[in-house]
Design a protein around this ligand. Structure first.
Ligand SMILES: [Zn+2]
Length: 339
C-alpha cells in the first residue's frame, strides 16, 4: 500500500511537471509564430528560413527537456537519439505548420478572386489525406514497429475482433521497453489496425491485455476516428474560408469583424472537441467491458496503465477539461456503474 501511495505522489509530480512543459510549449509556439510572421513580412524566403529554424529549435529544446523529465521520474533507459526519433512525428507536425504558412503566403500573393478559396481548401484536404496515410507508416518506422508474431496473442485479438464484428487489417507491436510506455492505439479511419507496445504486453496480465485490445477495437467498431474528423474538418474549413474572405475584402471595414469571428469559431471547435473525445473514450471502455463479459478486466487494466505510465488517478478539473481522456478515477467509476 505504501508503495502505491508513493507511486501516486510521483505520478502527481510528474504530471505537474509535464503540465508546466505544456505551458512552455504554448509560449514557445507563440514566440515562434510572432518571429516568423515578422520575418515573413520582410521577405518570404527569410520568413521560411526563420520558421524552419524556430520550429527545429523549439522541437529540440522541448524534446530534450522532456527526455530529462522522463529519465528523472520514469527512469527510462533509451538514449537521447532514440528518444528524439520517437518524437519525430511531433517535429513533422511543426514542419507542417511551416509548410501551411508558406502555402498560405504564396496563395495570397499570387492567386486572385475565387482561386484563393479553391487552392487553400484543396491544400488542407490534401494535407489531411497525406497525414492519414503517412502517420501510421511513420509510427511504424519511428517505433520499430513489427507485425505481432506471438501466435497466442494474434489468435486472441482475432477472436475478440470476430466477437465484436470488427475487421482488423494489421497488428503491430511497438518497441517501447526502453521508453517505458504502456499503450495501445487504433489506427486508420476506414481500415483498422491495432498497435500495441511490448512494454504493455510484458507488464499486463493476459486478461488486462484483452481488455485494452477490446477497448481499441471498440474505437474501430464505433468509427471514433472518423467521427472526430467529421466533427473538426467542416468547422476548420468554414473558419479558414471566413479568414480568407476577410482577407479578400480587406479594404472593407467589416473584414476585421469577419477575421475575429473566424478565430473565435476555431477556438470554440477546439474547446468543444475534447468533451466529445472523452465521451468516445467512455463508450470504448463500456464496449470493452461488454465484450469481455464484465468490467473488472478494464478496471484493472486502467489501474495498471496509471501505475506504469505515471498517470495520477485524478487531477484538477480545469486541467482535465482540456484533456482528451477522462481521468482514470472517472473511467473506473463509470465502469463500476455498469455492473
Ligand atoms: Zn481509447
Amino acid at each position: 500500500m505504501n508503495g502505491k501511495l508513493e507511486n501516486e505522489k510521483r505520478a502527481e509530480r510528474y504530471f505537474r511537471t509535464l503540465t508546466r512543459l505544456g505551458y512552455v510549449l504554448a509560449l514557445f509556439i507563440g514566440i515562434c509564430l510572432g518571429v516568423s510572421y515578422s520575418a515573413w513580412t520582410l521577405n518570404p524566403l527569410l520568413g521560411f528560413a526563420v520558421s524552419l529554424l524556430s520550429a527545429t529549435t523549439a522541437f529540440l529544446f522541448l524534446a530534450l527537456l522532456e527526455y530529462r523529465i522522463d529519465r528523472k521520474y520514469k527512469g527510462i533507459t533509451s538514449s537521447r537519439r532514440e528518444y528524439l526519433i520517437v518524437a519525430l512525428p511531433v517535429y513533422a507536425i511543426m514542419l507542417l505548420f511551416v509548410i501551411t504558412g508558406l502555402t498560405w503566403r504564396t496563395v495570397l500573393t499570387y492567386a486572385v478572386g475565387t482561386m484563393v478559396f479553391v487552392y487553400m481548401n484543396a491544400t488542407v484536404i490534401l494535407l489531411l489525406y497525406a497525414s492519414f496515410t503517412l502517420f501510421p507508416r511513420m509510427f511504424r518506422i519511428r517505433s520499430k514497429g513489427l507485425e505481432l508474431e506471438d501466435p497466442k496473442l494474434v489468435d486472441k485479438i482475432l477472436g475478440i475482433a470476430q466477437k465484436m464484428d470488427v475487421k482488423v487489417e494489421r497488428m503491430i507491436m511497438l518497441s517501447r521497453k526502453k521508453l517505458k510506455v504502456a499503450n495501445a492505439l487504433q489506427v486508420g479511419p476506414r481500415k483498422f489496425s491495432i498497435y500495441i507496445s511490448d512494454y504493455l504486453i510484458e507488464n499486463f496480465t493476459p486478461v488486462q491485455v484483452e481488455a485494452v485490445i477490446a477497448h481499441e477495437l471498440a474505437h474501430a467498431k464505433k468509427r471514433h476516428l472518423l467521427k472526430n474528423l467529421l466533427f473538426t474538418l467542416p468547422f476548420g474549413l468554414i473558419s479558414m474560408n471566413l479568414l480568407l474572405y476577410s482577407w479578400v475584402i480587406r479594404a472593407n471595414h467589416i473584414s476585421l469583424i469577419i477575421a475575429i469571428a473566424s478565430i473565435i469559431f476555431l477556438l470554440t471547435v477546439n474547446i468543444a472537441i475534447t468533451p466529445l473525445r472523452r465521451r468516445l473514450e467512455l463508450e470504448a471502455d463500456a464496449l470493452s467491458a461488454k465484450a469481455l463479459g464484465n468490467p473488472e478486466p478494464m478496471i484493472s487494466a486502467l489501474q495498471r496503465i496509471g501505475e506504469l505510465n505515471l498517470i495520477p488517478t485524478k487531477y484538477p478539473r480545469i486541467i482535465g477539461w482540456g484533456l482528451p481522456h477522462p481521468s482514470i478515477e472517472t473511467r473506473i467509476e463509470k465502469l463500476r456503474r455498469l455492473r
